[in-house]
Design a protein. Sequence first.
Length: 505
Amino acid sequence: MSTAHWLFGDQLGPHFIEPGRGEREGGPAQDAPLVVIESRSVFRRRRFHRAKAHLVLSAMRHRAAELGERVRYIRADTYREGLRQAVGDDKVTVHHPTSWAALSLVRSLPNVAVLPARGFLVPHDDFRAWADGRHGHRLRQEDFYCWVRRGHDLLIDGDRPAGGRWNLDQDNREPPPRGARTLDVPAPYRPREDGIDDEVRRDLDRWERDGDVAFVGRDSPRLFPATRREALTALRRFITHRLGAFGPYEDAMLADDPVMSHSLLSSSLNLGLLDPAECVARAEAAWRAGEAPLNSAEGFVRQIAGWREYVWQLYWYFGEDYRHHNALRHRAPLPDWFLDLDADAVTARCLSTVLAQVRDTGWTHHIPRLMILGSHALQRGWDPAAVTDWFHRCFVDGYDWVMLPNVIGMSQYADGGRMTTKPYTSGGAYVNRMSDLCGLCAYRPTERVGERACPYTAGYWAFLDRHRASLRHNPRMTRAVLGLDRLTDREELLRQERARGDGPP
C-alpha cells in the first residue's frame, strides 16, 4: 500500500492530492490513503470567531465526505493523538504546512515526511534566491510583483506589461459614487447550508455549553464557500459579474455595502479550495476577452500574485522571530470592547460600522482592516503581537502566515520599515474622502479637539507627536511630522488624547 498522506484543514483542494511531478513538486501517490485530523485543542488555544470555526470545520467535513473511503477522518484532542490513531507508527507525507507552529510539529514527528508547499505561485527556494540577490534589502512588493508577473507571464504582452504600465493603482483609488448607498453590481455568491453545517453548528453549541471552548462574534448562516464546487461558483460569479467594477472602487467604503465589488475569495484560497493560478488566469482571460477593464483585472491579479504571494513568502523569509518585532515599543493591551467586538459601545461611526461587520460576518475588506481597525490600534499604541492575534482569530480568512506580515509589517509598522516605507495611518480626512462613514457621525473629521473631535484626526497627530524623533527621518513622513509645529492647539490635543485612554471612541 502507498504511504498515507496527511491533509491539514487549509489543504482541501484537489491540487493538494495530485501526484508529484519531480522533486520540486513532490506529492502523494495516486492511490495514497488520506488522513484528515480535526484537533479540538486548536479551538481551545484561541478564542476564535464563531463563524470562522464553523467555516473551517464545515470545509474539513465536506472534504472528507467527498473523499469517501479514501480518507480517514479523525476527531482527536491533538494532532499527535489523531495521527497515532490514523497511522500508528507508519510513515506519512504532508505538504509543507502554513504556519511555523505546524511546521515545527510535523518536523518533530519521526514518521512524517514534509513535501514542498502547494497553493502558492512561487517555490520557497525561488523567492529566497530572489531576496538573497537583493541582500535582504528593499524587498518591496512592487519589485516582487513585477518579478512574479514576468515569471508567470501574467498580463504580459511581448516583454512589456499589458497596457504599458505595471501598476494601475492610480486608476483604482476612486471614492464611492457620490450619493450611492451601494455599488450597482450583482450580489456576490452565497452558499446554501446543508446537513454538515447543521452538525457543525450543533457541535459548536455543545462545546460552548460544556465550557470546552469559547468563541467571539456571531455565527449567521455560512457566507463563504466550504467546498471546491462552491468556491468555483464564487470565482465564476465574481469574474463574470463583479470584476469589472472591482478596480476603481477597491479602496472605497460604504456603510451599507461592506462587500462592494470585492471577490470574497480569500477564505477559499486560504482553505486551499482554490489555486491562485486559476484565479489570476481567469481574470486575465476576462480582460483579454473584453469582459473586464484592464485596471480591474490588474488590481485583482495584484492582490493575489502580488500581495498574497508576497505576504506568504515574507512570513517564511523573515523567520519565526519576526512576530516579536516592536520597533515603536507599543505595549498597551487590547481593551475588552475591542476583544469582544462590542460595536455598540463605539460612538465613532467608521469604527462602529467596521467592528459590527467583523462581529457579524468575520470579514471586512482590506481598507477597513488597514485604515480603520489597524490605524486605530496603531494610534492607541496597542501591543502589535496582541493585534496580530486578534486579526488571526476574528477573520474567516485569518491565518498566522496571513496576519503576521500584514499586521507586524504593514498595519502596525512594528518592524520599523523592513516591509513598508511608512506607517499606514491617517486622520479622519482620508476616511471622509474614501467613504460615506463620516456624514452621520457624532465627530467631525476636520476637528481635532473638543467634543466633536474625530478620534482618528486627533489620534493621528498624537501618534506623530509620540514618535516624532524616529519618524522625522523617514522621507515619506517628514512633512507630516513638521506639521506638528504648526498646530496651535497641540498641547490641548495631547492632554485630550491622554485623557481618552482606551475607552471606546
